[in-house]
Design a protein around this ligand. Structure first.
Ligand code: SAH
Length: 578
């Protein structure tokens, strides 16, 4: 819950606007009026009830009110709430405390975007654009302060185990070759060992524990067995990815409670599926009870997609009665990550936040030079860039997949939506089940153009690429004809280039056989959302193909589309508007 604290009329207006944008489930208003004018009471109440605060107050006043609360026993920077201050003129959203772990830096950015203010972030790692080690999406422990300082100061930092997880880009001073005496980042699932140099540990989500449980097995017995088994094997519980068991235990209360306590999901497999897995220690007891000779070992192997166990089956050892739980541990093989990211038509404010986050999540960016240039300033220091020229599509797709298969975090970028006449299909045609794939949608050219032209896509529509590079012209022509007969609005991508100049007139003539050329609107939109943006609404009868090039899309109306006040409008249905 986000507490919004306002003491003045301007503050209350800004708070109300923010509350509306964030929604009532997410935030609560604390107006000092309700506290008889005492803003201190409002801050204290919000501090007690919320995890994050937005104070429409001066930073000085906020600091004075928060200081005693932050100094309370048991508090430190890891428990600080994320606090953001907004000035009276709502020009700035200042992240005051809890920048990383409290989420204040991210909250300041959100508040700034709602209020059209500027986010002010002063925590060192964000300010210099070097990723905070606590923002890499992995549990972290150790001497964060010392290692972060070395990271920021550009001193050598040693990276151990980088090949165990697809990490985002790290600055160039972080390397596997730094001397052993350098501050160190260890990536993996092993228990921390004491070290003479400042060390930060990043725990990979790599361990799967298979669990067999008798009916009524107590939560504590299962938890204790998991914890001691991992510790005895030199493994850290913070690297636990999930538990796994047999379908018959899907409602077993102790097992579900143990998973909840550990904060991980449980995957359940059928007895047949488990029975088919070769395990070191099959036994008769589970065969009789649930129909498979192994639960713990088979479930761990199956869920981890591993071929051997790190720890073979172990039984719990409760005092004075028979064991009710068994566990076995397997490690998930390294899985690379391929993000397929659409950058939108060009303008920065049409690039989604999610696309931006994926660009910063990657250690390698693969894409056409011109697209890399479009987002270069957003990339993390140390990111590797694999830019290629036009025409090398298949090679680009293969190289992105190959890098992900080696365990890296790769972002394959494309303009508009990366799945529309772009890299997603050639990449996924190459990719196996051994990598994780994340898609980020982008605003495709047809949509960007439509919003410029008016409302051309208000009824059924289709996109057709006129490029006969990958598709024989007969196929393209057949589709244009079908769209013409079906009275669909059509958007042509790749409509015309110097070498391909007859295809567009041909396609338009096919459409004109089924539409009234003088009254059918046609929209031409070039370089939408880029500095040289240009568009025009004309008709099938008057379109001049010379005005169309490869940076353009052409949208042709259906028989009901009309130009209204200079805008291209396709009615939502034929009964709508008489
Ligand atoms: N993946 C892209 C399309 C790639 S095909 C997308 O989703 O938008 C390339 C064609 O897209 C170009 O020939 C042009 O027809 C169209 N296009 C891409 N960006 C455009 C823009 N900003 N304005 C107009 N057309 C654009």
């Amino acid at each position: 819950m986000i507490g919004l604290i306002a003491a003045t009329a301007a503050g209350r207006r800004a708070a109300a606007q923010l509350a509306e944008a964030l929604g009532s489930d997410e935030c609560r208003l604390y107006e000092s009026g309700r506290y008889e004018g005492r803003v201190g009471d409002a801050v204290r109440a919000a501090y007690a009830e919320c995890t994050q605060l937005v104070c429409f107050l001066a930073t000085g006043a906020t600091v004075r009110l928060l200081a005693p609360l932050l100094a309370a026993e048991g508090s430190d920077k890891h428990t600080d709430p994320g606090v953001v201050c907004v000035d009276e003129a709502r020009r700035f959203a200042v992240a005051l405390t809890g920048g990383h772990e409290g989420g204040a830096n991210a909250l300041a950015a959100r508040v700034a975007s709602v209020l059209d203010a500027q986010a002010v972030v002063t925590t060192a790692t964000d300010a210099t654009d070097v990723p905070g080690l606590d923002t890499l999406g992995l549990p972290v422990a150790g001497d964060l302060a010392a290692v972060s300082r070395a990271l920021l100061d550009g001193e050598p930092v040693r990276l151990v185990g980088a090949d165990r997880h697809p990490l985002p880009a790290l600055p160039a001073n972080v390397s596997a070759d730094a001397p052993a005496s350098a501050p160190t980042i260890v990536v993996g699932d092993a228990l921390a060992s004491s070290s003479a140099v400042p060390t930060v540990r990043l725990f990979t989500p790599s361990l799967v524990v298979g669990v067999g449980a008798s009916k009524g097995a107590p939560e504590e017995e299962i938890l204790e067995l998991i914890r001691t088994t991992l510790a005895d094997a030199g493994l850290d519980v913070r690297s636990l990815h999930s538990l796994a068991s047999v379908d018959a235990k899907a409602e077993e209360p102790g097992l579900l409670a143990a998973a909840a306590e550990l904060g991980v999901p449980v995957r359940f497999f059928s007895a047949d599926g488990l029975g088919a897995v070769a395990v070191p220690n099959p036994s008769d007891a589970p065969l009789a009870a649930v129909g498979t000779p192994s639960v713990a070992e088979a479930a761990a192997l199956l869920a981890a997609d591993a071929s051997e166990l790190l720890v073979a089956k172990r039984k719990s050892t409760p005092e004075g009665r028979a064991a009710m739980a068994t566990v076995a541990v397997a490690r998930r093989p390294l899985r690379g990550r391929l993000a397929i990211v659409g950058l939108g038509p060009g303008a920065r404010d049409l690039l989604t936040d999610r696309a931006r986050a994926e660009l910063r999540r990657a250690s390698v960016i693969v894409g056409l030079d011109q697209y890399v240039d479009q987002i270069r300033d957003l990339l993390r220091p140390g990111v590797r860039i694999e830019a290629t020229g036009l025409g090398a599509e298949e090679e680009r797709a293969r190289s992105a997949v190959g890098l992900a298969q080696r365990g890296l975090a790769v972002a394959l970028i494309g303009s508009g939506d990366a799945g529309v006449y772009a890299m997603a299909s050639p990449a996924l045609a190459e990719a196996g089940a051994d990598i994780d794939v994340v898609g980020v949608p982008g605003v495709t050219a047809a949509m960007a153009a439509a919003s410029l032209l008016g409302a051309p896509l208000g009824h059924d529509h289709v996109s057709i690429s006129l490029s006969d590079l990958h598709t024989p012209w007969e196929v393209i022509e057949r589709r244009v004809r079908a769209a013409a007969e079906a009275d669909l609005v059509v958007t042509f991508y790749n409509p015309r280039s110097r070498a391909r100049d007859w295809q567009l007139p041909k396609a338009l003539s096919i459409l004109a056989e089924h539409r009234d050329a003088p009254t059918t609107p046609v929209g031409i939109a070039r370089s939408v959302s880029r500095p040289d943006e240009w568009h025009k609404v004309t008709t099938l009868a008057t379109l001049d193909p010379a005005e169309v090039d490869m940076f353009t899309v052409v949208t042709v109306g259906n028989t009901a589309s009309r130009e209204i006040a200079g805008r291209f409008v396709t009615p939502r249905g034929y009964r709508w508007q008489g």
